[in-house]
Ligand binder design. Structure first.
Ligand SMILES: [Zn+2]
Length: 205
């Protein structure tokens, strides 16, 4: 479920739709949480889909570490990637605002945390654009991303959280334990499937 202070807009005929803030969304806001209406497509179910359904699933879902595709029922599936995103996934599965998001600003996130199966060309337009979004990007950048996420998560208790009630009980409990200092931070590296966690040759050289 996407944050209620958002709306769907056409970005351009080339990019398609995107999700934009309709009200200020402060740093530390939960911007997306998985909820019971989201559709989970297991690898076995995916194999049984016809070609059209597979293409739609590939376009609109993201892959978790177990290879399940999560297809959001609402506008969350239209959130675009940016190489300088204002939200990011966390090890708890929700997305958090990394900085204050102004009304009219597009909500963006980091696709390489979604276990991509192939490279994608990036059209984010930011001056730090990587040009291509690669499945291995996350292993190269996760430490600096973790720093940004930790800073955002520290703000969670201090801002309005319209999505907090939609967090499942276990995740909510685990988050509270962390915020109370009872557990250590969990890196977004844990979102990645096993083969992506191995350092590639280019990263070792
Ligand atoms: Zn980019």
């Amino acid at each position: 479920m996407i944050h209620p202070s958002t709306e769907l807009r056409l970005v351009s005929p080339h990019v398609g739709y995107g999700v934009f803030a309709s009200q200020p969304i402060p740093k530390g806001s939960l911007v997306y949480v998985q909820d019971p209406l989201d559709i989970k497509i297991t690898p076995q179910q995916y194999q049984r889909l016809d070609e059209t359904s597979r293409q739609l699933a590939e376009k609109y879902s993201f892959l978790d570490a177990k290879g399940n595709r999560i297809l959001s029922w609402d506008a969350a599936k239209f959130v675009n990637h940016s190489c300088h995103p204002n939200t990011m996934s966390t090890a708890w599965g929700f997305e958090v605002a990394l900085r204050d998001i102004e009304p009219g600003e597009e909500i963006t996130d980091e696709y390489s945390l979604f276990n991509l199966e192939w490279e994608m060309e990036c059209a984010c337009g930011h001056n730090a654009c990587r040009g291509m979004i690669r499945p291995t990007d996350a292993m190269m950048h996760f430490r600096s991303w973790d720093n940004s996420i930790q800073s955002a998560i520290a703000m969670i208790p201090h801002v309005d959280q319209p999505l907090i009630r939609s967090l499942d009980t276990l995740t909510h409990h685990s988050l509270n334990e962390y915020l109370r200092g009872g557990t250590r931070y969990r890196s977004v590296r844990s979102l990645l499937r096993k083969d992506l966690k191995k350092p590639s040759q280019s990263m070792m050289s």
